[in-house]
Design a protein around this ligand. Structure first.
Ligand SMILES: Nc1ncnc2c1ncn2[C@@H]1O[C@H](COP(=O)(O)OP(=O)(O)O)[C@@H](O)[C@H]1O
Ligand SMILES: [Mg+2]
Length: 254
């Protein structure tokens, strides 16, 4: 059975169709790419999967069960966690604390209750701290656990977001342009880290990336969106030579 299924997922905002009849399947262990030019509907797909928006028509299923009506909290509790295109960390908390909060979110349904219980659950916190250090190591942030997250360079903040998402122990991790704003070497390093997360932690990953070349090297299967529609779907070799994809990316830096 597939882990995640988009079945003709569609959402309209007034007259604008942001995602139009998009269908694809993710199997457990997939490292799957979602690409397309700016405005294609990629982030909106994540918003649909994570319950921020409900589809106007079509369905999204996780382990065979429809996510229709599920709130973002509920979707997270089911095992789907995401990072955002624009970084959303707790800027005044330390690097380690940001990841510990991710772990707390697994136990408490809301951030408010997570923060409220923080000082009272020392034992749990110690355990979460150890786990958090492990995630920091995976994301190569183990040397800066006590830095204020707002003081980190941008590329490290992006990696910290992934560490925090991992602390929720998701089965499915959605990464929205995790390498945005990084230099080429940082991007390459991050992509290798993403692959290791899939290989070593067994987490299924759906990654949005604007840079087609980067995704081609990383993902085994790719869906391409353009103007809200799915225009191609398949392994990188097929995508690379697809005339519709080439045309959608014309004029874009590839
Ligand atoms: N809440 C919203 N209200 C109106 N339009 C939206 C909303 N969210 C997204 N859109 C529109 O949907 C389209 C796709 O946006 P988005 O999914 O962010 O694209 P991408 O992530 O591929 O760059 C854009 O035209 C965007 O303006
Ligand atoms: Mg986007």
């Amino acid at each position: 059975m597939s882990l995640l299924t988009l079945d003709d997922a569609t959402i309209k905002f007034g007259g604008l169709t942001a995602v139009n009849q998009v269908s694809f399947d993710l199997n457990k262990g997939d490292l799957f790419g979602l690409i397309g030019p700016n405005g294609a509907g990629k982030t909106t797909c994540f918003n649909l999967i994570t319950g921020i928006y409900q589809p106007t028509s079509g369905d999204i299923r996780f382990k065979g069960k429809s996510l229709a009506g599920a709130s973002p909290n509920k979707v997270a509790a089911l095992g789907i966690c995401r990072t955002f295109q624009n970084i959303r960390l707790f800027p005044s908390l330390s690097v380690l604390e940001n990841v510990v909060v991710g772990g707390f979110l697994r136990h408490r349904s809301t951030l408010a209750s997570a923060l409220m219980y923080l000082p009272n659950s020392i034992k749990e916190t110690n355990h979460l701290k150890e786990e958090a250090m492990e995630y920091l190591r995976i994301l190569d942030l183990q040397d800066v656990p006590n830095a204020r997250s707002a003081d980190l360079p941008y590329g490290m903040q992006r990696r910290l977001e992934i560490a925090r998402a991992m602390a929720t122990k998701p089965e499915l991790l959605l990464l929205d342009e995790p390498a945005a704003g990084m230099n080429p070497q940082e991007k390459q390093d991050l992509m290798e880290t993403v692959r290791r997360i899939r290989d070593n932690q067994g987490i299924t990953i759906l990654v949005i990336e604007h840079d087609m070349r980067l995704v081609m090297n990383l993902c085994e299967r790719i869906v391409v969106l353009d103007h809200s529609e799915e225009i191609a779907h398949g392994p990188p070799e097929a995508i690379r030579n697809d005339p519709k994809v080439i045309s959608a990316y014309l004029g874009e830096p590839v």
